[in-house]
Ligand binder design. Sequence first.
Ligand code: T1G
Length: 692
Amino acid sequence: MAAINAVTDLTVEGDVGVVTLNSPPVNALSAVVREGLKGAFDAAIADPAVKAIVLICDGKTFIAGADITEFGKAMTGPSLQDVQNAIENSPKPVVAAIHGTALGGGLEVALVAHYRVAVPSAKAGLPEVNIGLLPGAGGTQRLPRIVGVEKALEMVTSGQHVPAKAAHAMGLFDELVEEGNLRAGAIAFARKVLAEGRPLNKVRELSDKVEAARGKPEIFEAFRKANAKKFRGFMAPENNIKCIEAAVNLPFDEGLKEERRLFMELMTGSQSAAQRYVFFAERQAAKIPDVPDDTPTIPIKKVGVIGAGTMGGGISMNFLNAGIPVTIIEAKPENLERGVGVIRKNYENTAKKGRLTQDDVEKRMGLLTPSMDMEALADCDLIIEAVFELMEIKKEVFTKLDAIAKPGAILATNTSYLNIDEIAATTKRPESVIGLHFFSPANVMRLLEIVRGDKTGKEVIATAMKLSKTIGKIGVLVGVCHGFVGNRMLAQRQREAQKLILEGAMPWDVDRVLYDFGLPMGPFAMSDLAGLDIGWDPAKTSSSTVREVLCEMDRRGQKNGKGFYDYDENRNASPSPVVEEVIRDFAEKRQIQRREISDQEILERCLYPMVNEGAKILEEGKAIRASDIDIVWINGYGWPVYRGGPMFWGELVGLDKILAKMREFHATLGDDFKPSALLERLVAEGKGFKDA
Ligand code: T1G
């Protein structure tokens, strides 16, 4: 065995040279990896004893892509293309041996090998679109030549990881070898290639599948149309599509040039910078400075959920999906029955879409134990209450739980706003009390705000963070304050939105500006969707807000066809002249002089105070880092990932610009716009939020 460099070695086994890469954690194509690969292939090709070459990786996966941490830095060592040329032009057959996830540049390296073999558990994909890029090492030109245009379009714009069996079926892998026996299997395959005198297959020379799509632009137009909503606002999907079009319409080398051009357009843009930032921010969120990675965690084998309403049902589904039994509690039989029925209906709807089998549905429902007796929670390791959002009720529940739950059980509240410390104080075990703030629909939204109380124990925090991964959520640790991180910042936007429609804008103006910015919907459309009458009390209503007036007029939102908007039978919204009248009257009665309000003012008034509030959250220590705040907003409220989150975006706009505007609004609109001390300091020092 010859060590080529610190991460690469070449072993000659009989007539097969085995190039082994070992660069944890994911064998990413860093400079040292590229240097090792180039050196190993040069040596293997030069060695007369070597008749065929296998490329294999140690560790958990085949090469999982370019090294994203190197982007934006001066490139050193051989380029990826140098490595690929050495492999593709090798006079000896090269077999890529794949396990784990061959992704991005990793798959692009495998695509220049003459053959690809994999274990059944392996996956392949070109996920560059998820970081605002496209496969920049020939992947967009080679993939369609193997799998065809339609599958290539799907793969490069979704970034999906294709399981080995499917990859084999579409010709991406030439053979599946025995699980756990990849090295021997790959060497045997290489020997078979030699024995049968098989050709040095170069994917770049395949043409039938791209020629079949030539002269059929309708394939691409149909794909664009079918995905318009999903790709709205993103640059990378369109550039990926253009590359596949180039593969169809241009000779290979021309197509490579076009791919390079479109890749650089993305690489130098703000969207990819934002999405790469988010990639690392998501992983950073799991790191808690005072809770080390090796903090012991509590095994969660059984979960209790109190409340079988929308939230309780959705929360329960997360654990059922992960195979964890749930006991769900309701006080009234009809509520319990309805709640369990909704869970079943949700699963059956998913099964109808083919994403679950009926057997899966029964298995999950089989893990659910409905009960009206809180004593049934006595053996649960974690109990989550999702009862009415009233402190008195929460305290009552926790007092009971304290007496029922076994020692060491975690007692969690799903509250969106209330003070966890106050709730914990009603128990003798405040160290076991934590907030698990799910976002509705709880079985869909990825975000889980994990709220640490003053006394929450480190093992409880570590357990909650680990559990969030188990149930497919992204857990972000936040501190106790009104609305924690997400809702506290949302309140800034909602307040300004309500003021703006009195001062001169209309609800549809505010919604349009925020929708065009990239949010899934604006605040008024969101209110109509949720229902204007949530929390509205007909007995106490006093026409004190536009929303109250609309509820008094029985305009409850989508649910009864009219809210801030009017809805047709298909729930298509249109601005309501009735609401316009209500708003004008409401403003007049309060002597508010309406005026023309620009889109820019709407955007600044809705979003800048959010950035400012985020700065306050940081200075109060209610979030560990600015990027955690961004992860909250992307995964809990649909902030467009290509804008990186409110704090990333704020820095893109320029903290100095935001501060100047906040000061201007503070002078004209009052203390709601008082700049945070942190924002003032960072601007004065010319720094960013990472220096907070
Ligand atoms: N570059 C650098 N570091 C990476 C990395 C990468 N490509 N992928 C993962 N890491 C780090 C990650 O930050 C974490 O670090 C650790 O590895 C474990 O990751 C030329 C231009 C492979 C499915 O987009 O999807 O190729 O936090 O926690 O859950 O055309 O990582 O431990 O310090 O995610 O087991 C294309 C991105 C790049 C794949 C493993 N490739 N990675 O998931 O572990 S662009 C990707 C993933 C490119 C070419 C283009 C996942 C994974 P730390 P992890 P995991």
